[in-house]
Design a protein. Sequence first.
Length: 351
Amino acid sequence: MSKKQRVLLGMSGGVDSSMAALLLQKQGYEVLGVTFLFSEADDHNHHFIDDAEQLANKLQIKHIVADLREEFEEKVVRYFIDEYLKGRTPFPCAYCNPEMKFKYLMELADKENCEYIATGHYVKTGMYKGKKYLFQGDDEDKDQTFFLWGLKRNIVDRLLFPLGEFKKNEIRSLAKENGFEQLSEKKDSLGVCFIEGNNYRNFLEKKGIKSEPGNYIYHNGEILGRHKGITNYTIGQRRGLGLNLNFPVFVSEIRLDDNEIVLSKYEDLYRNKISIINYYFIDKEVFTVNKTWIVKVRYRLQETPCKLHILNETRAEVELLESEAMISPGQTAVFYDGDRLVGGGFIESSE
C-alpha cells in the first residue's frame, strides 16, 4: 500500500475549511490542520479555535494552533493604518495572503513534511501550457481568486482547493449529510477579519488614529462644507457625508496634501485609466503579449476588458476599454485571461 500524501489545511472552524478537510480525506490525503491566531479580535474570540479542534478530533487529524498576532500587528495592521493615513482605502486580504497566511502555511507544511497546502477558498487549480494556475471557482458568487493574486509560483504549485468545483449550498448540504448539522448552519464571516463589528472608523480611533477636519470641495472648486477627517472617507462614498444638498454627491478624490475631500456627481466618477504599483504577475507573458485582458477593480464588479502596459519593475498602466466608476486608490486591480488568474496590483490612481 502506497503512503498517503500529506496536506496541511488552514482551518478557521467554519463550514468551508471543515468540509475541505473532509473532502481531502475522501480523496485519500493525510490531512493536518492549522488554525492561525492573527489579531486582537481573535484574542477575545477563541470559539473558532475550539470549533476547529472539535472538527479535527472528529476527523482524527492532527491540529496545530499558530500564534502570529505580533507579526500580524506589525505587518498587516500597520499597513492597514498607514494606507488610511495616506488617503487610500486598504485591501488587507491581498496583503495578508502572500505576506502572512500562505507564507506560514508553506513554512509549516515544510516543517510537517506535507507535499501540499490547502484552504477552503472557492477557487480551482488547473494546467495551462504545462504550468499550474488558479482559476475562478464554479460558484460565481463565492469565487475568491480576487483575494489571491499575490501568491507566488512556488506556492501555487503546491496548492489544493477542494471546494473549487462546488457551490456554497452544496457545501452546506455536504456538512449536513455527514453529521455536521450545526456547522452547516454557521454564518459566513464577513468584512475585515481583525475588526470587530467591521467598523474600521472605531478601530482606527481605538488605535489613536485621528485626522483633522477640512473642506469638502465640489469638482468645480466650490466649498460645500466641512469633512470629519480623511480617514473617514473612501472613493465612491455617498452616505455619512453630513451634507444637505438637493442632488446626490459622491467622494471622487481625497487630496491628502490639502486635506480636502472632492465631491462629484456619479457620472463624474468614471475613469478610463488606472495606474497600479507593486504588481505581481505569475508569468512574464503579460509583459510581452499585446492582448486584451480582463480586470476586476472590486470583488463584485463586472469584469472589464483592458490593455496592460508595464512601465517599470513596480508600476504599470491599465487602459480600460470600458470606463468604470468608483476606482479607489489602495484597492486592487486583478487580471484574468478568461477564468485564469494571471496577477494583480495595488491601485495608485485613476483618470
